[in-house]
Write a protein that binds this ligand. Sequence first.
Ligand code: NAD
Ligand code: UD1
Length: 362
Amino acid sequence: MRVLVTGGAGYIGSHTVLQLLQEGLQVSVIDNFSNSSPESLRRVVGIAGQNLDAYQIDLLDTSRLTQAVCEIKPDAVIHFAGLKAVGESVSQPLKYYKNNVVGTLNLLEAMDEAECRTIVFSSSATVYGDSTDLPLRENTPRNATNPYGRTKLHIEEMLEELAASDSRWRIANLRYFNPVGAHESGLIGEDPQGIPNNLMPFVAQVAIGKRTEVQVFGGDYSTADGTGVRDYIHVLDLAAGHLAALDYLSNAQGVHVWNLGSGAGSSVLEVIDAFARISGRSVPYQITDRRPGDVAESYAHPEKARLDLGWKAERGLEQMVEDMWRWQSKNPDGFPEVAMEFLHQDELALFISGNQKLPSTD
Ligand code: NAD
Ligand code: UD1
């Protein structure tokens, strides 16, 4: 079976590509590397010892995209490619609608042309907006509160309409809660550009000494310690959810929606505490104003994924922080500038061989 992974060089994509290769599946990646580096893929094939081919293509480039998807002839697509910064989506909404919504539309058309109609889509718990009806269930009404969230909502609706119009489509909308952590080798992980928007990478950069202190956005929420509570999920558990969804779709047409979360919440102070303890570093923080648009608490009702997919989050907060810290301390500046010469390139594809020399894991 050949799986096309869009955005496969990114944070969640690279961990998922690794698991697909480890399961013996053939993998092709399409990525424009706008928020990632081919170095992540080089490391993935090194860990797996399996080859993959990667295409440096933008989903907005319809002719190269269609040519590549028809050349790859995938049996299924896992679609991660998208922009994800909430603040940027507020200041540049059209960039988000174009990249995420139009990009997905182009991908679906290319898939149709290539006769591939199975897709696993990266949706987000952001589609529950500011709902306070906890835990969040798949049938909790959707309500996006910013352009990024609205792109996810529009894409979910587009996929529902597509499946209603043509029963050959098999679609999974996976609503991720808060992905964190890294592969246990410390070779791949999240590599945010500039100042991290999300809590865990920010805390990691404070622990390593790149930033001075964490700003805790609000200490007066009606939670146990007054700080925001989120459902953190290890990226390897998340990746496993994609393989389970693919498996499910092999026997199921139509659209299926699953929350991928642990069902439990951790507060900002619990995260900071765990990081300080596990890293042995000090993590100074200061409680400041609430971040506009934040909710006090968000966590999943994870039962549907357990019942349908036999999937549940296995790794707890300690493991998430331990793995995140290993990645951060081995790669304080993220992935290095990539040496493209390790790639053999023809007109469209880059072939990355499983025989890659990896950085030391000591
Ligand atoms: P990421 O930025 O690390 O990965 C996205 C990848 O897509 C990058 O490699 C980027 O270069 C690529 N890309 C973006 N636009 C593209 C385009 N037009 N053409 C080709 N490639 C393009 O992000 P991630 O954290 O791995 O997230 C993956 C997906 O999951 C995204 O769709 C994101 O919205 C969704 N998601 C992420 C989170 C999270 O907190 N990380 C939570 C919920 C949902
Ligand atoms: C963010 C996104 C959301 C996305 C989700 C999962 C925003 C506004 N929302 O939400 O769309 O689906 O990630 O990736 O970006 N915090 C601090 N200090 C910081 C950063 C965060 O105190 O420097 C707090 C927040 O107030 C929140 C918690 O930490 O209580 C987690 O924040 P974050 O990692 O940004 O995730 P979400 O707010 O859940």
